[in-house]
Design a protein around this ligand. Structure first.
Ligand code: ATP
Ligand code: MG
Length: 422
């Protein structure tokens, strides 16, 4: 064999290992349950898409498109991008498969990895996971309220409290132009105080200045005109409607007129769930309305709204507040001798067929097998040796309460059924 070579995961990506993975699994299973209660069905879209799908929808002058996309030519020279977010692929699938022919609202959820070439730091990775939802076909504020309520119910079911729900409306193509020019007016005399990126944003996409995370831009934008003062009548009514539904559903919230979000496809409602417990990467989940995107992808006019939860930030928060239970084997089969080991294997297979988690000892002294059983926090241990086999009995121990005894091998199946299967 040639000389060996060690590999490490790439910068900004990480392996999710046990026991953390149990936390991830709990989030996914609680999310599935809650989404089902609200009628959201799963959709699995591909991880790779045409680059223009993202440049068009997210916007040419956003950070994601300008700096963060993993874009490469495939072998035929097509420009491919690893999805930086989940909405554009779902909207593409929605239009491609004519999902608008289903009765509205059509409601979907997804879960999977996203890719952004960002500077890795706490709560910020290059491959990260999102669980997200998208609801199509209903324009009224009730849907906005319900989607935000679902997010709150999900986070509360996971045991999280003390989260801030921030909401805003960024208007529509009717009201945005006047807001845009009023922002440009405001920043025109302050250009020197902005970062180089924001100087460009000033020109092409001044709303993006409000989303900049550079300290001096945060300082400079204090006192900037508020988007909520520029809403057209319909957008104002819609926003008032959303706020009143949030009150009806008793969702404490804060109106944050600076929250424009980093994607250009949003219209009207935008929202974020933030926490004080994660340092500067505060946003655990975020979303908004995107009433024009289906049309922009060639579908019929279809208002829509969605959100995405950042799994790394959410699980970090859950870990702080107590973690999750790690499962352990229900039975450990310790055995001494070849015949006993084979009998143990057969028994293990029968118990597994009943739905139990069964570990076997394989090899080593009885002592070392028992040590392993203990380390795994096994519930029951069975000890079977060639002597026990000839007497037709084996020993059992309950490692949780210390009780022990003997059981006829022919009775072992009943024994585990009565003690371990609810
Ligand atoms: P941020 O302002 O923190 O950069 P964002 O506005 O770019 O977030 P969205 O595109 O709204 O994020 O994605 C929704 C959620 O996905 C975020 O609230 C966050 O929890 C998570 N998220 C976004 N980017 C990353 C990343 N690079 N690493 C880990 N999680 C991320
Ligand atoms: Mg970002």
């Amino acid at each position: 064999m040639s000389s060996s070579q060690r590999y490490n995961a790439l910068k900004g990506v990480q392996d999710i290992l046990p026991p953390d993975i149990y936390l991830w699994q709990r989030v996914e299973s609680v999310a599935r349950k809650i989404f089902a209660n609200y009628g959201f069905q799963e959709i699995k879209a591909p991880i790779i898409e045409s680059t223009t799908l993202f440049t068009r929808s997210i916007g040419e002058t956003t950070d994601i498109v300008e700096k963060e996309m993993y874009t490469f030519p495939d072998k035929a020279g097509r420009s491919i991008t690893l999805r930086p977010e989940g909405t554009a692929p779902v909207v593409r699938a929605y239009v491609e498969h004519h999902l608008h022919t289903l009765p509205p609202p059509q409601k979907f959820f997804y879960s999977g990895p996203m890719f952004r070439y960002e500077r890795p730091q706490k709560g910020r990775f290059r491959q990260f996971y999102q669980i997200g939802v998208e609801a199509f076909g209903v324009a009224t504020a009730e849907l906005d309220g319900e989607v935000i309520a679902m997010l709150k119910v999900l986070l509360e079911n996971l045991g999280l409290r003390e989260l801030n729900f921030e909401v805003n409306s960024i208007g529509c193509e009717e009201c945005r132009p006047s807001y845009r020019s009023s922002l440009q007016d405001f920043f025109s005399s302050r250009l020197d105080h902005l970062c180089p990126d924001c100087k460009r944003r000033y020109e092409f996409n001044p709303l993006r200045i409000l989303d900049c995370k550079v300290e001096r831009c945060i300082e400079t934008r204090k006192g900037a005109p508020k988007v909520t003062d520029f809403l057209c009548g319909e957008c104002r009514d819609h926003f008032e409607g959303v706020l009143s539904i949030l009150r009806l559903l008793q969702i404490p919230h804060l109106v944050n007129p600076d929250m424009v979000r980093g994607l250009d496809y949003y219209t009207r409602t935008t929202f974020e769930v933030t926490t004080e417990h994660l340092g500067s990467q505060k946003a655990v989940a975020a979303g908004g309305r995107y009433d024009r995107l289906v049309e922009e992808f060639g579908g019929p006019f279809t208002p829509a709204i969605g959100f995405a939860i950042g799994m790394e930030r959410l699980t970090a928060l859950l870990k702080e507040t107590g973690g999750t239970e790690v499962p352990s084997p229900q039975v450990f089969m310790a055995s001494i001798g070849k015949r006993a080991t084979q009998e143990g294997l057969l028994m293990a297979e029968r118990f597994r067929a009943k739905g139990l988690w069964v570990e076997v000892g394989y090899e080593g002294s009885l002592r070392s097998q028992l040590r392993r059983a203990d380390k795994l926090a096994s519930h029951y241990v069975f000890i079977i040796g060639d002597d026990e086999l000839s007497s037709g009995k084996m020993q059992w121990k309950n490692l949780r309460d210390g009780s022990q005894g003997e059981v006829e091998i022919t009775q072992a199946d009943e024994f585990v059924s009565s003690r371990l299967i609810p």
